[in-house]
Every structure is written in C-alpha cells, then in structure tokens.
Ligand binder design. Sequence first.
Ligand code: NAI
Ligand code: MG
Length: 486
Amino acid sequence: MAPEIKYTKIFIDNKWVDAKSGKTFDTYDPHDGSVIAKVAEGDQADINLAVSAAKRAFHRNSEWRLIDAQDRGKLLNKFADLVHRDEEYLCALETYNNGAVITMSRTFIPRVVDTIRYLASLADKIQGDTMPIGGDLFSYTLKQPVGVCGLILPWNVPILMFISKVITALAAGCTVVVKPAEQTPLTALALAALLAEAGLPPGVVNVVPGFGPGAGSALTHHPDVAKISFTGSVEVGKLIQQAAGANNLKRVTLELGGKSPLVIMNDANLDIAVPYAALGVFTHQGQICIAASRLFVQAEIYDEFVKRAVAFAKARVVGDPKDPKSQQGPQIDEEMMKKVLGYIEKGKQEGAKLLTGGKRIGNQGFYVEPTVFADVKDDMTIAKEEIFGPVQSILKFDTLEEVIDRANDTNYGLAAGIFTTNIDTALQFSKHVEAGVVWINTYFSTSPQMPFGGFKESGLGRENGMMSVEAYLEVKSVITALPKKL
Ligand code: NAI
Ligand code: MG
C-alpha cells in the first residue's frame, strides 16, 4: 500500500505555506511514472521569506542562539528518536518517491539515525583555544556559527543527504534553508515536520521545494546566506561557486560527481572481488556518486573475471522497488533513464563490447537492464563521463604503475578501490590514487565518523567526521590587554 502523503507545502517558521505564486509541481513514482502528489513550487519570493525566517532565528538574542550547546545536542537527539519511531514510514516514502529498493531503504534508515546521533554529539564539542602571545595579553579563539546556510540536495539518497547537511549545520548552531531536489521533495518535508516536533524553534530549519534555476539559484544568490552546501552535478557545482563569489563571498561545500576506479589485481580473491565490483556499480541502479564506474582488471585474470561479472549481472532481480525480492529498481526519471541509455549507445558506437543488458525494461517506469561492457578503453565516453546508471565498464591493465596513472587520468577524484592480497600493493595504491576515499578489499562502506568528499572536480570540503562541523563555523581571535602591573 502506498504511504500516506502528509506534507506537500513549503515549510517556513515551523508552518506549512503555499508558494507565493500559488504554483505547484508534480512529484512521481519512478516505478510507473504516476503522479504521487502536487508539491508547492517555491521560487525567489519564497526563498526570500525562508531566508528572512532563518535570519530572525539566527539573531544574537534568539532562542536558538542562546541555547546551551548541550541542549542543542539533546534536541537533535530527540529528532533522532522521532526518525527511529517513524523508520518504517520514512523507508516506504523514500522508496515510493525515489525508487530505492525497499531492502536498501531499510538498511539505510537505521544508519541515518546513527548519523544524526553522531553529528548531534559534535554540538557541545566545539571549542576554541588559548594562545600565549605577548606577556601582557590574554588571547583566545571563539568558534561561532557562520550564519544562515543554504543546503541544496540531490535526489539520489534524499534522506541521508538531508541529514548529513542539516544536522551538521544545526550542531554548529547555524540556521538553514533547505532546497530538496525537484524529483524527491517528500522525505525532506517529512523530516522538517519531525524537527519541529522535536522542539526546534521556528525559523531554524526551513524547507522550500522547487527547481534548481528557480528556488535553488535564488538561494545561492541571496545576500543574507553565508554558506551553501551542495551535492549534485559538477556543472551546477561550478554555477554555485560562481554565484557564491558574485555578491557576498559565501562559504561553499561541494559534493559532486565521480568516475571512481576500482582495481582488481591478479592476486585478488575473485569470490569476494566479483560481487563487490558488481554491487559497486549496480547498487541503487548506479545512482551513487561513489559508484565503481571504471573497473580495471589485471590481464591474467581478465577473461575469468569478465565471465563471472556477466553471470552476476544476469542474475540480478530487477523490479518494483516496493517488492523485497527486487535487487534493482527504476532510474529516478525519464530524463535520467534516457541519459543512461544514451551512454550505452555511445559505448556500443565507440567499440566497447556489450556482453549483457543495454536496454530499457518494459515501457512503464524507468527500468534499465544491468549492463556489462568489456574491452572499454580510457578514451571512450563511457570511461570518462559519469553515467549514473547500472552500467559496468571493464578495462584491462598490466601493471600497478600503469593502473595508478590511468586511474588518476580524470577530472574526478571522489572514491577508489583495490582488491589485492598484497599489502604493499594496497598501500602504494592508496598513497598515490587521487580520491577522497579509498577502499581495500571492500567497497562502499562509509560511516559518519569518516570524512567524505572529493579531490579535483569531485568537490570542495568534507562532510561527516569531526571536521565536518568546522565548515559551518567562523573562528574569532580575541585579544585582551592585561594590566601591566598588579
Ligand atoms: P543537478 O546538479 O542539476 O541537481 C542537484 C540539485 O541542484 C537539485 O536540488 C537541483 O534542483 C539543484 N540545482 C540545479 N540547478 C541549480 C542552479 N542553477 N542553482 C542552484 N541549484 C540548482 O543534478 P541532476 O540534473 O539531478 O543530475 C545530473 C547529473 O548529476 C547526474 O546524472 C549525475 O551524474 C550527477 N549527480 C550527482 C550526484 C551526487 O551524488 N554527487 C547527485 C545527483 C546527480
Ligand atoms: Mg540538472
């Protein structure tokens, strides 16, 4: 049964309001393309109201600014309790609006609760230093929240993205305006309701659904927004950095795309490496920024590996994400499905060997077959551009030196992995590969304790980990003269 849709309006000052323009947009179920609900379409006027609310909530005398840091953490932990209480509903809603298979949503949401608790625990650990300067000066640093933050979310893992940005900003003491992706506004609105229920003062969190060039762009250009955190495409990441520089020099954190290399050495245990490599690119229909989308396999095991990879892809169960038997659901929308199919056509035209998959499944919803290309060359489009679909591209290599250079020959640098039983090989690879996260004999494992982010065009800054909160803080040096003589 479809989950009940409780919230479809804009959330400002802990109240639900229509868009100033009165406009709405449809949000869809990617399983069959049917309309789930009409959602208020925020634009510049609504962003202005939301930013004003966030600015009021950030005033030096506001309840939020005066709260004890420990109590701020407690409020966020109360929110974690509510997310835990509503876990089943949030899983169903995420799967309904996003197409994530229900088994994935169900393993994800408990991790979301852990992430909230971890980030909330940073609230009362924000400390400055004292510095010994001069004989008669007393000097210390204060770390203070940067101000109103604009948080722009992607559609691929909507709940996790909301949590990692919103809770870090709140732990730091900032106030926020969230712009969820136009494809997946529903879970962000449900989470906003839970934040209000947890007792957050009005204006601390505001959520304005809408489109990128409308609400998104208005947020990135707003002079009262001190910081933007964004996850999405490199193209929009670059626009955001320009917008941030155009008026008030906003601080910017960017989590962008990837074309992550996964290397399988001759000495790897194939029983482990084959499924990890496949799940590294097929999980969530390939719509994960850290997908293992360039799979380098060493020459000696190449043929055997390819044979097993094809068998793995063929055995994948694709179907309705609400069905617990489904291992792969639909792509998020028709545009993204067409983009993926376009890349597959390019792969064929440019001479990659299509061994399985390659087509749309049925004509309802946005399903693409698990696809394997072998004999992929570095200069082919499918080896260079982010596909964001269930497409495994296998490339052959001979030596470690060669594969490190080829792995690094990209503008991206988000993730990388290696399967080998030789510790020297693993450590050499992790030292030289240009990526924000490196996995050895595993893939995809992330945790709120570990910093996450990219080298090169994969982004700026890091989320998660102790340092994540620093991106939402300003450091103030305070220097006091002491009396010369007592
Ligand atoms: P996108 O970057 O256009 O959208 C992400 C978010 O940015 C959405 O909330 C959107 O409304 C907003 N946005 C779009 N234009 C904006 C603007 N001018 N100013 C401010 N905000 C704006 O990504 P899209 O179009 O959904 O996907 C395109 C490609 O980006 C995907 O095929 C994939 O390769 C990559 N992508 C990467 C993600 C990641 O996790 N790093 C997540 C989503 C997409
Ligand atoms: Mg876009």
